[in-house]
Design a protein around this ligand. Structure first.
Ligand code: NAP
Length: 376
């Protein structure tokens, strides 16, 4: 296990150098990995493992698009694709990749098949951490661990096919066999991660729920909306407000931040942008910190889990949800965004003359917009 320094704190990390794919294959050679659920994570994890030479089967309910997708992806009914209960019986490592709500519903069936020595694998700490609400309490004689990819199942597969892979966190909740660490490490490498960061179930789910409600989705939409609305109230056009709120961030800044960090961005922007950003970021931090604390406390008290479980079990939830999503979709901000996106140079079609007689060639060189934010 490597110890790596993260900004002054040492953390345990499983690396592909010390735990290569050949070792993962060896650890898993006598296992049958049963991927239960073929939704978003299921396909990514099952296909990557299959391509990595792991003995993987899929358990999925029939007569559904997910079953058809598994067949289309090369899983063969009766050989590598089964009803959920059949797969549970055959599997020695059970990857529980149903939606979090369905995991609660199917738990009694899963539990029946968790015979001594098997392993129960999650990609989220939700079911175990909030077991007072989910009822997911595994028997003591099975290993229980998680590998949570830091991205969607679609990215997991796409990045694997590009030869890059996607890193994950891992945690062990229960080590009944004494082999939980090698089993979880092997699984993480087999699904295509290069590095596995150590955590525990509670921390994984607390940080995940905070992150998606916070900067990854909830907070960022809130900040976008606030800035956009102020710009509109002050008389700016929708395109201008959208460009200065979202487009420049996603198209230009975030790829650079992903590559080099925000510190680099601050050091390499125009002096005007630099002065302003340095003057204002702490004010935004201080204004939002109390909301983040409130959010974390709600997550830690189990209130967010409760809301999620209760809403997903309401029969009319889907209809109400569609209304909420429609409100966002129809908002001026995202409608303006739709037009702005269509005008990105790479999406622009050449404009034909009204007669249509002459043909135009698409310019080979992309139009370059210069932004006052950067020094070239
Ligand atoms: N989404 C992500 O990118 C992501 C990222 C990291 C971790 N995770 C975690 O990975 C796990 C799986 O998430 P996911 O997003 O892949 O789930 P998902 O797409 O919502 O899972 C859907 C799967 O659950 C099945 N299912 C739903 N209700 C069912 C029921 N009542 N009975 C039987 N099967 C049912 C679906 O089958 P049908 O198609 O037949 O309905 C499908 O196979 C979760 O713990 C999640 O937190 C997800």
């Amino acid at each position: 296990m490597a110890k790596l320094n993260f900004g002054g704190t040492e953390e345990n990390v499983v690396t592909r150098e010390e735990f290569p794919l050949s070792k993962a294959q060896q650890v898993l050679q006598k296992e049958v990995v049963a991927v239960i659920g073929y939704g978003v994570q299921g396909p990514g994890q099952a296909l990557n493992q299959k391509d990595n030479g792991i003995n993987v089967i899929v358990g999925q309910r029939r007569h559904s698009k997910s079953w058809d997708k598994a067949v289309k992806d090369g899983f063969v009914p009766g050989e590598t694709l089964f009803d959920i209960e059949d797969a549970l019986e055959r599997g020695t490592i059970i990857c529980y990749l149903l939606s979090d709500a369905a995991q609660i519903q199917l738990w009694p069936t899963v539990k029946k098949h968790l015979t001594p020595g098997k392993a129960l694998y999650f990609s989220h700490g939700f079911g175990i951490t909030y077991n007072d609400q989910t009822g997911i309490v595994p028997p003591p004689d099975v290993d229980v661990f998680l590998v949570a990819p830091k991205g969607s199942g679609t990215s997991l597969r796409r990045m694997f096919l590009q030869g890059r892979g996607l890193n994950s966190s891992y945690a062990i909740f229960q080590d009944a066999t004494g082999r939980a660490l090698e089993r979880v490490s092997a699984m993480g490498i087999a699904i295509g991660s290069g590095y596995l960061f150590e955590t525990n179930f509670k921390k994984e789910v607390y940080s995940d729920l905070t992150g998606e409600r916070g900067t990854l989705m909830g907070a960022i939409q809130g900040i976008f909306a606030a800035q956009y609305e102020v710009l509109r109230e002050k008389g700016h056009s929708p395109s201008e407000a959208f460009n200065e709120t979202v487009e420049e961030l996603t198209q230009s800044l975030m790829p650079l931040v992903a590559e080099n960090g925000m510190d680099w961005m601050y050091a390499n922007c125009s002096t005007t942008a630099q002065r302003g950003a340095l003057d204002w970021w702490k004010k935004f931090r201080d204004a939002t910190a109390p909301v983040f604390k409130e959010l974390y406390e709600s997550v830690a008290a189990g209130k967010e889990a409760q809301k999620s479980i209760e809403s997903n079990s309401k029969p009319d939830y889907r209809a109400g949800l569609e209304e909420e999503l429609k409100e966002l979709r129809d908002s001026e901000l995202w409608q303006a965004g739709k037009t702005v996106r269509s005008l990105r140079p790479e999406n622009a079609e050449p404009i034909l003359p009204a007669s249509g007689a002459a043909s135009f060639e698409k310019p080979t060189q992309k139009i370059k917009f210069s932004s006052p934010l950067y020094r070239d």
